[in-house]
Design a protein. Structure first.
Length: 142
């Protein structure tokens, strides 16, 4: 983390002003043709497993040790009820059937999946071309 705001005390209440998060493209088990974005905070990415439920990094590493791609498994997500902040745990539920896997693999390269994992802040344009005699310069002007 090279962000100078990623140090304790840089944010309100002694926390960090720069927050680490990871965006995932996910589908629901009963709706494999629709891609959703799941944004995970650091608390859901890093940490230790509890009763077979793991944060994302530990879960992905566990699957990798068994040569199992994350994309090939239905993953159960659940909130850690003992955490004072929102935190998800992950656990393998079942392998995808062959036809399900084919569909999910094709979605992985689709525009919807790329949009789900990309950071695309809204473009702020000027609400007016002219205000009280002042003309806003065009964003595309050279």
């Amino acid at each position: 983390m090279d962000c100078p705001q990623n140090i304790r005390g840089s944010g309100q209440g002694g926390g960090r002003a720069c927050r680490f998060a990871q965006r995932l493209a996910v589908v629901l088990d009963e709706q494999l043709d629709k891609v959703y974005q799941l944004q995970l905070p650091a608390t859901s990415i890093f940490g230790r497993a509890v009763d077979g439920k793991m944060p994302m990094q530990a879960y992905a590493q566990r699957l990798a040790t068994h040569n199992t791609p994350v994309i090939s498994v239905v993953t159960r997500c659940a909130f850690d009820r003992d955490s004072p902040v929102p935190k998800l745990f992950f656990q393998a539920h079942r392998p995808l059937e062959e036809e399900e896997l084919d569909l999910v693999v094709s979605l992985a390269t689709a525009d919807e999946a790329n949009e789900a994992i990309s950071f695309n802040p809204p473009q702020k344009g000027q609400p007016f071309a002219e205000v009280d005699g002042f003309v806003y310069p065009s964003v595309n002007a050279t």
